[in-house]
Ligand binder design. Structure first.
Ligand code: DGT
Ligand code: CA
Ligand code: CA
Ligand code: ZN
Length: 581
């Protein structure tokens, strides 16, 4: 079993234990083990099989969890989990995804009404019976109904990073098939959309048909939904994401790529443009309507060129003005991953990160970065052992006095300072003033009224030391929407105060969204793209942040962390010290 699957079994069991109101310490040990295993570099099942190794040597894995792991390795599940599943049906876990309902409520609903499904819960609310349960009310009932609607809308979609990993596994297998000359993702994945409904892959070359066979017989193709002469669809892996593969002749690859990349709206607008030019475009070619002569088909560049346009980057293909911009030669020079020179949001073992400053710096240096900012949490996040004023000042001084020559890049002192419920920063100005890069973020009290939240954010922007607004809307993809607030007012104020808006590259957030990035740019905002890494490998998520920035039409000059280290230090007014020699 893969680490990801083991982690899922453990964390689900943690959720079931919470519904069962078990000891919180034990619940935490399951969840903690799940998170350790999920990011563990080696396959846990290999360690379990290896007589010379012990899983208990992994930090976060105690004896109890170790025996659970052995049981999972042997029979794919474990006793504690089975007992809980007897008591609470697995559908109860789905209820945890409804905002407004905690494990305790789910337990009560199950015990009093034997309801464990979303449909059942919806009926309960419609019959106004939820409000009669202890500590619930009419307001909660309305909230739950709204959450159910939102949940239904987002289910059936997957995070971009998840889809990318699945695509990478399949692309590796397909590109090995003899005679396959091209394999590419298309659809929303290629456009870098933050969530993906299904994965669309294209393959070309004399080996394309053989590739179809490899595809439908792939060990993780748990279900074959359809198989034709030149296309097939499967459900992949435990999560059952759908993947469509199309086999194409090489000469129509460009036309197919253009067609299946979409978006549908972009495709419609492009075909209308073709029509005006006396041309017709489909997934095989662009050709003349009158003579049927093929004008272009092998590459996307040739197709756009024949339509009098430069090739429009996939991230912009949403019919949101990109065709007009291409026509007027005003398409932006979109930012590229290689232009990122530093990462300005990351956590270490000082708070809830998993690695030391040195380990984070080394991974960042290996990526070619010239600088990073270490931004651990502030004291409001007591669970994460957040820094108080004293520790924050000590950290700033340590960085300033440090000989950084061995690190190979410059480390700036920073903090992710909590924005308290009233908009006051969690640390005093004396402490914040010592740090080079202060991010202000909202982590709690997210259910305030829109006006209250707006005032809270506006007030935080007045803090003289705040440099960036972290994950500005608080959304968690497929999980939690933005808290309500007046985004335009906050963006305008951020532009006025020179506070950078963060594009948080964590695949669960991608916050700001592309649409808000574009709207904030129009208001004069500047941005920072950061990973919020809690582990060195999270630094790799930068690409998702850059994709989101590209979908928001950003250029390198809109993004703070494309600056050279000297320009960056100057622009944030960094204190001297921490020099490389
Ligand atoms: P998704 O899968 O919901 O995240 O979004 P897409 O964009 O990947 O959509 P999908 O998988 O249904 O189709 C892939 C592409 O194929 C889509 O972006 C454009 C093209 N396409 C599919 N169906 C249609 C259609 O009915 N009309 C047009 N014009 N294009 C279509
Ligand atoms: Ca798709
Ligand atoms: Ca599809
Ligand atoms: Zn945060």
């Amino acid at each position: 079993m893969e680490n990801r699957e083991i982690a899922r079994l453990l964390s689900e069991t943690g959720d079931l234990m919470e519904i069962a109101a078990e000891d919180s310490f034990r619940i935490r040990s399951y969840r903690n083990a799940a998170s350790v295993i999920e990011s563990y570099p080696e396959p846990i099942s290999a360690i379990l099989k290896d007589a010379e190794k012990k899983v208990t040597d992994i930090p976060g894995i105690g004896k109890g969890i170790a025996s659970v792991l052995h049981e999972i390795e042997e029979r794919g599940t474990f006793e504690r989990r089975e007992q809980l599943l007897e008591k609470y049906p697995p559908t109860a876990l789905e209820l945890l995804k409804i905002q407004g309902l905690g494990p305790k409520s789910i337990k009560v609903i199950w015990e009093l009404h034997r309801i464990s499904t979303i449909d059942g819960l919806e009926r309960l609310c419609q019959e106004q019976k939820l409000r009669e349960l202890p500590r619930m009310g009419a307001k909660l009932e309305e909230k739950v109904l709204r959450s159910i609607a939102a949940y239904r809308q987002r289910t059936g979609r997957f995070l971009l990073s998840f889809a990318q990993n699945v695509a990478d596994e399949l692309l590796a297998a397909l590109s090995k098939v003899p005679g396959v000359t091209k394999v590419t993702p298309a659809g929303s994945l290629r456009r870098g959309k933050e969530t993906v409904g299904d994965i669309d892959l294209l393959v070309a070359g004399p080996g394309a048909e053989a590739a179809l066979e490899v595809f439908v017989t792939h060990p993780k193709a748990h279900e074959v939904l359809g198989r034709g002469a030149n296309k097939a669809s499967i459900k992949y892996g435990l999560e059952g994401i759908q993947v469509d593969l199309r086999a194409l002749p090489e000469e129509s690859y460009g036309a197919a790529l253009q067609y299946f990349t979409g978006s549908k709206e972009h495709g419609v607008a492009i075909r209308a443009r073709a029509q005006k030019l006396g041309l017709t475009l489909n997934e095989y070619s662009l050709s003349r309507v009158d003579t049927k002569q093929v004008v272009a088909s092998a590459t996307e560049e040739e197709i756009y060129d024949a339509l009098g346009l430069p090739c429009i980057p996939p991230e912009l293909r949403e019919n949101q003005g990109e065709i007009e911009a291409a026509e007027g030669v005003t398409l932006p020079h979109l930012i590229e991953l290689e232009q990122i020179r530093g990462d300005l949001h990351m956590h270490t073992v000082e708070t809830d990160g998993r690695a030391t400053l040195e380990e984070m710096a080394e991974t960042a240096r290996a990526r070619g970065y010239k600088y990073i900012a270490i931004t651990d949490h502030s004291k409001a996040l007591a669970m994460a052992n957040g820094l108080d004023e004293k520790r924050a000042i000590a950290f700033a001084r340590k960085i300033r006095g440090m000989d950084q020559s061995g690190l190979g890049l410059r480390v700036f002192s920073g903090i992710e300072c909590d924005i308290r419920r009233d908009g006051e920063m969690d640390l005093d100005n004396d402490a914040l003033g010592e740090l080079d890069f202060v991010i202000g973020s909202v982590h709690g009290y997210m259910n305030q009224e829109a006006s209250e939240m707006t005032d809270r954010l506006l007030r935080a922007l007045e803090c003289p030391h705040i440099k960036a607004l972290g994950h500005p809307t608080g959304r968690m993809l497929l999980n939690r929407d933005s808290y309500p607030f007046d985004f335009d007012a906050v963006a305008k104020e951020a532009a006025r105060c020179n506070v950078f808006l963060e594009i948080n590259a964590s695949p669960e957030r991608l916050d700001l969204s592309a649409a808000l990035v574009r709207s904030a740019k129009a208001k004069g905002c500047k941005f920072v793209i950061s990973t919020d890494a809690h582990h060195p490998k999270h630094l790799d998520n930068m690409r998702y942040g850059v994709l989101t920035a590209r979908r928001g039409w950003l250029e390198a000059k809109d993004v703070l962390n494309t600056l050279s280290v000297a320009d960056f230090a100057r622009s944030i007014g960094a204190k001297p010290g921490g020099h490389l020699s």
